[in-house]
Design a protein around this ligand. Structure first.
Ligand SMILES: *Cc1c(COP(=O)(O)O)cnc(C)c1O
Length: 349
């Protein structure tokens, strides 16, 4: 079975071997304060920074999920209020979670088929929240938008949810202060781990606010990271697998080139279908890593069912779009052969 689900997604083929290695090597029962863990963690974080081109002075932390990152960011980095700019379900959830924690949070929603406007936040906004790749509808922020938002909101921090694009497409981390992703999407790893990347400006802000109420608060996390440790017993297997996959993959620029090319050939193939169309109209707003396809409700049901018979698992539509769309992950863990099978299968529709 090949899974085209955009998360939890198809695993990198090496994961089975790496899991065995973790088991045999005894790392899974090592104490998380032990030199063996510290060494493994240091290696993982160093490789991650190298392969994804994360700036030297940015720090990388772990959390258990992207959802937890939303909470950590709100609790550690908002002093007055946040602004959320989004066009889909995940951006909306981030806004909801922040408000549910008791923070004041403004929001600006934009249309799926329109580029977002450049927004200068109110003076009391100290955190601007963007979703780089909206997994629910297959859109992405237009090229250059994150930097423009950061430039005109220079006194605020900019945080970016890159859950379904990080490790698949090249991201210029220097353009924003906080980036995060859980690993069950584009990293091709099992769920239960997320990475949270912070600029020096974000770390400074955390120390300035000095919130120490939460086990996963950035100040406490940073203090532990100084010793290559975590604030709680972490997902050691997840961290080990992340390190192994990072060791094996090519640099992000090469990975990214392949993903963008493959997106183009997939879109060409999908454009030729009679009963199925690309959901997002403007190519510059389409995600590179999650392709959202539109069709009639009964056709979608049939396509998904028949795909399963050919050992292809297609991704359901998300939330309000669950009956009118289905989704195809364009993630690096799936090889080109898999996509040829998919195109062959869809050809008759
Ligand atoms: C999947 C996803 C999330 C939620 O991830 P969890 O790891 O389940 O918390 C958040 N944001 C985006 C953009 C996602 O695709």
């Amino acid at each position: 079975m090949i899974s085209f689900y955009p998360g939890p997604s198809q695993l990198y083929p090496g994961v089975e071997r790496f899991m065995n290695e973790a088991f045999q090597g005894g790392i899974l029962s090592q104490n998380h304060r032990s030199p063996a863990f510290v060494e493994m963690n240091k290696q993982t974080l160093t490789l991650l920074k190298e392969k994804l081109l994360i700036p030297e002075d940015y720090k990388v932390f772990y959390a258990s999920s992207a959802t937890e990152c939303w909470e950590i960011i709100a609790q550690s980095l908002i002093s007055k209020k946040s602004l959320h700019i989004y066009n889909g379900a995940f951006g909306e959830k981030w806004h909801d979670y922040t408000r549910n924690l008791g923070f004041e949070a403004d929001n600006v929603q934009f249309e799926r088929n329109e580029a977002p406007e450049l927004i200068k936040a109110d003076n009391d906004v100290d955190l601007v929240c963007l979703t780089h790749n909206e997994t629910s509808n297959g859109t992405r922020l237009p090229e250059g938008y994150i930097k423009q938002v950061a430039d005109i909101n220079n006194s605020a921090l900019v945080a970016v949810d890159a859950t379904s694009s990080m490790a698949g497409e090249y991201l210029d981390f220097s353009q924003a202060d906080v980036w995060f992703a859980s690993v069950q999407k584009c990293f091709g790893l099992p769920a239960g781990l997320a990475v949270l990347i912070c600029s020096p400006k974000a770390i400074n802000k955390a120390y300035q606010l000095n919130v120490r109420r939460h086990y996963n608060g950035l100040v406490f996390m940073d203090e532990m990271l100084a010793k290559w440790q975590t604030t709680y017993t972490p997902n050691v297997l997840g961290i080990f697998l992340l390190g192994k996959v990072m060791e094996e993959v090519r640099g992000i620029q090469q990975v990214s080139e392949n993903i963008v090319q493959r997106r183009q050939s997939l879109e060409e193939a999908f454009n030729n279908l009679k009963q199925i169309s690309l959901f997002v109209q403007k190519p510059e707003l389409r995600s590179n890593t999650v392709i959202c396809l539109h069709a009639g409700k009964s056709l979608i049901t049939a396509v998904k069912r028949n795909a399963l018979k050919s050992n292809l698992l297609l991704g359901n539509g998300y939330g309000r779009l669950s009956e009118s769309t289905f989704r195809i992950a364009n993630f690096p863990a799936i090889d080109d052969q898999g996509y040829l099978k998919l195109i062959e299968f869809l050809k008759t529709y």
